[in-house]
Design a protein around this ligand. Structure first.
Ligand code: OGA
Ligand code: NI
Length: 355
């Protein structure tokens, strides 16, 4: 390795997990094994099949007759879970399927072809892996392509695949559709917090939309690896499209890992750390992870939605004062990201933002 990046925005290059899986090994290489040297993540918490991530129906939020009841459901979903499955959000099943197909076709290309859009030194964007900063770090069982999609000026088109041929236009369309859903659901999320103005939700109109497309290849020892290590997202909110028909994504609820059952046409929405800060901790960014499978490949398309860079990241005025003390600092967008990319991976990022 010729250089060690100084912060987490860049990634050390590591082998493709898909290529590794193609070779059909009986055992997983040690760098992916999580159950050694005290790193016992799998099995730490029991899973509970009776728990189910709540559903929120956007059509009921919009309809005057059902609005109040559904808003109450949304409040509980955000407070108790930090995640829900959103249905009737307005993006057609066909569009979602199209996007899923394009991503699957991209990952099915030969490695050399995918590498045309590989990450460059010093940047997370492109095809590769995220947050690998040292040669001895444990690795996720996952390949990804990460692209900044909105605003349009942020696109680095030289990293946007031209193969499959419809990839770019499908992603362009998808990111615009996701932005519309984000503005609408943010309007209801802030409403559920009792915030009367639409400043926060409207700030997602000029927001940033970064899309991470994940491929989780089959794994010979799935119980010893993680697709993605437990984490909370640093976004405002995250909208995830699960392209599989079996679970892989899990959220931590009352110290139990709960599977998210993929539902055709639904979008999984979770609270990110920015909304945790803006809600002054009333809503929490939930811990989640991805587990993998012995026989089936899984794809997911994850959009990290951020408010406009002009928006400060701090507790909303209406939620502080008169007996409610602000528990988080107020930061500019730039300060927030600088702290995030220079954080200590062994410490909680949000704890560092507490007053
Ligand atoms: C992420 C994430 C989970 C998944 O990319 O931040 O949590 O199921 N992904 O792909
Ligand atoms: Ni995540």
């Amino acid at each position: 390795m010729d250089s060690t990046p100084s912060n987490l925005e860049s990634s050390v290059s590591v082998p493709s997990v898909q290529e590794l899986a193609f070779q059909g090994p009986e055992k997983v290489p040690p760098r992916y094994i999580r159950d050694e040297d005290g790193d016992d993540i799998i099995g730490t918490y029991p899973s509970d099949p009776s728990l189910r991530v709540p559903f929120i129906d956007m059509a009921k939020l919009v309809n005057a007759d059902t609005h109040q009841l559904e808003l109450q459901k949304l409040l509980l979903a955000c407070k108790d879970w930090g995640v829900f499955q959103l249905v009737n959000h307005g993006i057609s099943n066909t569009s979602l399927k199209n996007m899923g197909n394009q991503v699957q076709r991209f990952f099915e290309l030969p490695l050399q072809e995918k590498k045309r859009w590989a990450q460059r030194p010093g940047s997370l964007e492109g095809y590769g892996q995220a947050f690998v900063t040292s040669e001895d770090q444990k690795l996720d069982w996952n390949d990804m392509i990460f692209l900044k999609c909105l605003p349009i000026e942020n696109r680095k088109l030289d990293l946007w695949p031209q193969n499959p041929p419809e990839f770019r236009e499908t992603l362009e369309r998808y990111s615009e559709d996701i932005r519309e859903v984000t503005i609408s659901i943010m309007k209801f999320i802030t409403m559920s917090l009792g915030l009367q103005d639409t400043q926060i939700s409207e700030s997602f109109r000029e927001g940033l939309y970064d899309i991470r497309m994940n491929c989780y290849p089959p794994c010979p020892e799935p119980e010893r690896v993680l697709g993605i290590v437990p984490h909370a997202d640093n976004s405002g909110i995250t909208l995830l499209l699960d392209c599989a028909d079996f679970p892989g994504l899990q959220f931590l609820k009352d110290k139990k890992w709960v599977n998210v059952e993929p539902i055709e046409g639904a979008i999984v929405v979770n609270i990110g750390q920015i909304i945790e800060v803006m809600s002054n901790g009333i809503y929490k960014a939930p811990e989640h992870r991805a587990v993998v499978n012995k026989v089936k490949e899984r794809f997911s398309i994850v959009t990290f939605c951020y408010p406009s860079p002009h928006m400060n990241i701090g507790p909303a005025d209406m939620l502080t004062g008169e007996g409610n003390v602000a528990v988080y600092k107020n930061l500019t967008h730039a300060e927030y990201f600088s702290k995030f990319f220079n954080r200590d991976l062994n410490e909680s990022f949000l704890d560092g933002l507490r007053i």
